[in-house]
Design a binder for this molecule. Structure first.
Ligand code: WTA
Length: 648
């Protein structure tokens, strides 16, 4: 495997050298208290901490606290503290879906907007600890809403704007949230997204389940027609005129919740991952600075949506805490054409660019000339996140997009980890295409086999982390037991990531993907259980099993085995109906790629579906089905193989 050594140009001006990385890393794991006591100071504390780390992964007693006696306000760290030195610097550089649309918002303006929205929330009765749900397109007001919530000590729960009314309702209920911030419509790739309409429907569904929304704050984006419920609905552009542009930030404990973000697991409904204030901000800002080698005055662009954790940590909190200029893009990579990313890079002179492998693969397919027709001379660092990046895509990104001038940082992390855990550092760590390379400071990865035995040296297995880092999630909102059960019960005294990994002879980490029943479709995380429950909620479906299979563009595709109710016929129309049904229940990101009608599913005598067999058939690799003798009815396998939908 090729190694790309750190180039001299990358070393010049870089934050850290290779030796410094090694020294800092050693100190961070040998003396975490000392290391984080020092680096915790990157944040402005109202009342400084005296305690640094108080964490336990012990069964029945998982308890994670960082800087626990310190107090701070996250929004003040992202705004107020920059006003004296960079009030007129652009904080958010917004690029609209339409290439003619952009806006630069300075730190001073952003501060004013956040204070106003915070005052509107207060005027509507929102208090410390209340949950504010945010269902927004990619417009600056999405960040304003998050920071406004943080300013008054409320807890935000951002729901991706591509989710369906049902999915939004479930998250309103889960967070017991009675305040919702949305927009009239979103705009993506020239098409309108009916956010207010979806939000209205979600409120009806949530109300039936006992969760009433009393305030819906609506941002006007497109000016499209929307229904209006007097007494509940409030226009942002009207309300902001009624309040002051000053709002003093609430003093919050380091361990007070900052946000909840719902994410899929291998079982049940999505869980509310809870992050708190102090440790999260220290970790998000520190990783943003070192992983991207962020330098004052640079333009930084992360293409994620704020509905995902990447948008939280690396569009909003990390960059703004560091006083960066963060670019926020409303549109999609291929609108109006597949040069759009690179045109935006040239237009705004972007220095650091962070995107997902699925976008890289799609743009790679559009042809090199779509890239080479642009300059990209401003680019200095390229990043990747969300799924394993195949070496071909990595190499294309490095060669064609970055012209071998820019290091590529493949950053591995999760919603649960709050920030990047395994990653190269530009100027310090040699690169290998497809490898996330080495752990960030304080992160101690470990490989274990299925029996929980530790694998030393070179090898492959399940990826665990043996000690806490400040950005780690603290609990599942309202269900600490589920938190312990999900992450700390598989392997004793370790955080289990759900990912598989390989460590090579140089100690480099290669993430191989999920080892549980979680799919990663175009970088979007999804539980097979969620898609299954959407399918069986259709009246014609009696049973469903969903697995992932390798997909050239999406990374993984969604393969569904569906057993119909007695008497229903297996038609092409029904296939389409089921696809539409799942999109309706969850959202377009969950669209099934393949649906196979199956008269029966392979089950053990105790009734457990043997997913291993279903995965093999979906991969068109049915020669190696392994032992099927424990099946209740081995005959079903033949039928499944015969009618498989993914023939290569
Ligand atoms: C996968 C996104 C390989 C992984 C930040 C993880 C990756 C899941 C990488 C988390 C990467 C993320 N290489 N796999 N660089 N980054 N993943 O919670 O399977 O949306 O467990 O967080 O994405 O997805 P999530």
């Amino acid at each position: 495997m090729t190694t790309i050594q750190v180039k001299d140009e990358w070393k010049a001006g870089a934050k850290l050298t290779a030796d410094q990385y090694r020294d800092w890393y050693r100190r961070s794991v040998e003396d975490p208290e000392g290391f984080w006591a020092e680096h915790g100071k990157r944040v402005d504390w109202i009342n400084p901490y005296t305690k640094v780390k108080n964490t336990s992964f012990a069964p029945g007693n998982v308890d994670i606290r960082w800087f626990e006696d310190g107090t701070l306000n996250v929004s003040a760290n992202c705004l107020d503290r920059h006003l004296a030195t960079r009030g007129d610097q652009t904080a958010i550089l917004w690029e609209g879906d339409d290439p003619a649309d952009s806006r630069a918002i300075s730190y001073r303006e952003l501060h004013g907007e956040v204070c106003r929205m915070a005052n509107v929330l207060l005027a509507n009765g929102v208090k410390k600890g209340d949950r504010v749900t945010i269902y927004m397109p990619m417009i600056p007001e999405a960040a304003v809403a998050m920071l406004a919530s943080a300013r008054i000590g409320a807890v935000h729960s951002v729901v991706f704007g591509g989710f369906s009314p049902d999915a939004l309702a479930g998250r309103l209920e889960g967070a017991q949230s009675s305040v919702l911030i949305t927009a009239d419509e979103g705009l993506r790739g020239g098409r309108k997204v009916p956010l207010k309409k979806n939000a209205d429907r979600a409120c009806e569904i949530a109300a039936q389940a006992g969760q009433a929304v009393s305030t819906m704050l609506v941002v006007r984006r497109t000016g499209g027609d929307v229904a209006w419920q007097d007494g509940r609905d409030v226009w942002w552009h009207e309300a902001r005129e009624e309040v002051s542009a000053d709002c003093s930030p609430a003093e919050m404990g380091a361990e007070d919740p900052l946000f909840i973000l719902y994410t899929s697991g291998s079982t049940g409904k999505p869980k509310g991952v809870l992050h708190t204030s102090g440790g999260y901000l220290v970790y998000a800002s520190m990783t943003h600075e070192y992983v991207f080698d962020y330098r004052d005055g640079e333009i930084y662009w992360c293409t994620a949506d704020v509905g995902w954790v990447t948008g939280h940590s690396y569009i909003v909190y990390g960059p703004l805490a560091n006083g960066a200029t963060t670019l926020m893009f409303e549109g999609v990579p291929n609108y109006p054409d597949p040069s759009r990313f690179w045109q935006v890079v040239d237009k705004h002179k972007v220095n650091i660019f962070y995107t997902a492998p699925t976008a890289i693969r799609a743009l790679m397919g559009a042809g090199d000339d779509k890239v080479t027709s642009t300059s990209r001379a401003s680019l200095r660092v390229l990043g990747s996140v969300g799924e394993p990046i195949n070496p071909e895509a990595w190499t294309w990104y490095y060669r064609v997009v970055g012209e071998e001038r820019c290091p590529v940082v493949d950053t591995w992390w999760q919603t649960e980890t709050g920030g990047i855990l395994i990653t190269p550092l530009p100027g310090a760590i040699d690169l290998k295409p497809g490898s996330a390379t080495l752990p960030f400071f304080g992160v101690q990865p470990q490989l274990v086999d299925n029996e929980g035995e530790v694998i030393e040296g070179e090898g492959a297995g399940n990826l665990c982390i043996t000690d806490s880092w400040p950005g780690q999630m603290r609990t599942v909102y309202g269900d600490h037991e589920r938190f312990e059960q999900t992450y700390f019960s598989t392997y004793r005294d370790k955080y289990f990531t759900g990912d598989g990994a390989r460590r090579d002879a140089d100690g480099y980490w290669w993430i191989t993907g999920r080892v549980d029943d979680v799919l990663n479709v175009s970088g979007h995380r999804m539980g097979t259980a969620e898609v299954e429950s959407a399918l069986v909620s259709h009246p014609k479906v009696s049973e469903a099993a969903v697995v992932g299979y390798p997909h050239d563009l999406k990374g993984q595709g969604i393969y569904c085995y569906v057993t119909l109710m007695e008497g229903e016929s297996e038609t092409e129309e029904l296939r389409k109906e089921l696809v539409a049904h799942v999109r309706n229940e969850i959202g377009p990101i969950a669209s099934p790629d393949k649906i196979q009608f199956a008269p029966g599913l392979p089950k053990t005598r105790s009734g457990k579906i043997m997913r291993r067999i279903l995965r093999k058939i979906a991969e068109d690799d049915f020669g190696a089905l392994g032992d099927t003798s424990t099946l209740a009815d081995p005959g079903v396998v033949e039928d499944l193989v015969e009618h498989r939908q993914n023939r290569k």
